[in-house]
Design a protein around this ligand. Structure first.
Ligand SMILES: Nc1ncnc2c1ncn2[C@@H]1O[C@H](COP(=O)(O)OP(=O)(O)OP(=O)(O)O)[C@@H](O)[C@H]1O
Ligand SMILES: O=C(O)C1=C[C@@H](O)[C@@H](O)[C@H](O)C1
Ligand SMILES: [Mg+2]
Length: 173
């Protein structure tokens, strides 16, 4: 099986994906990290030097490659992956694949992202906390239509990572 973790920036995809993979004895890949290795460049540099459209094309290309070639894999997507190039359709139609939306509330995301803006090119330039909060609210609203297509949704607010992973396992088997 390929388990795909979906969610907004800072929803916990990378953190929880790593723990889940260990528990299942599956390989773990983070799509952002995979792109960085393949392209030998940081995601923020790809955005800044070649533009978001180029990044989205790479993201779709590597997502398809991984879905076609891997099994026993936990794959954490980038925050925007489900929202471009019919990627959600690709994921839902892939064989032996289960997608899970890690749903975090706006206040939780704001708290986390305030401290972690610099590595995330879509928000790195937002200067004040108020503007960041406004951006996240609107952006999450636009993206929720894609995220909520996942096979299952798990709310993550006020839960410790290990408990969320227990819930994830219950959704899978
Ligand atoms: N359940 C949790 N409780 C508290 N903090 C958490 C939890 N899950 C993740 N975090 C923290 O939230 C931050 C974001 O987590 P993580 O990097 O895993 O998110 P992500 O979804 O992979 O983000 P991105 O899409 O930007 O790669 C990290 O500092 C992580 O330690
Ligand atoms: O939410 C997004 O669109 C992004 C999230 C990150 O995981 C990276 O894929 C990149 O910074 C874009
Ligand atoms: Mg991540």
């Amino acid at each position: 099986m390929v388990v795909i973790l979906i969610g907004y920036m800072a929803s916990g995809k990378s953190t929880l994906g790593r723990i889940l993979a260990k528990k299942l004895n599956y390989e773990f890949l983070d799509l952002d990290d995979f792109i960085e290795k393949k392209e030998n460049a940081a995601v923020s540099d790809i955005f800044n030097l070649k533009g978001e459209i180029h990044f989205r094309a790479l993201e779709t290309q590597y997502l398809k490659e991984l879905l076609a070639s891997k099994n026993n894999l936990v794959l954490s997507l980038g925050g925007g992956t489900p929202c471009y190039s019919n990627n959600m359709e690709t994921i839902l139609n892939a064989d032996n694949t289960k997608s899970i939306y890690l749903k975090a509330s706006i206040p939780t995301l704001i708290t986390r992202l305030k401290n972690e803006k610099s590595t995330r090119p879509l928000i790195a330039h937002i200067e004040t906390d108020d503007l960041l909060a406004e951006f996240i609210g609107k952006h999450l609203f636009e993206r929720s239509q894609f995220y909520s297509l996942a096979n299952a949704t798990i709310t993550t607010d006020n839960k410790i990572a290990n408990d969320i992973v227990e819930e994830l396992v219950l959704q899978l088997f």
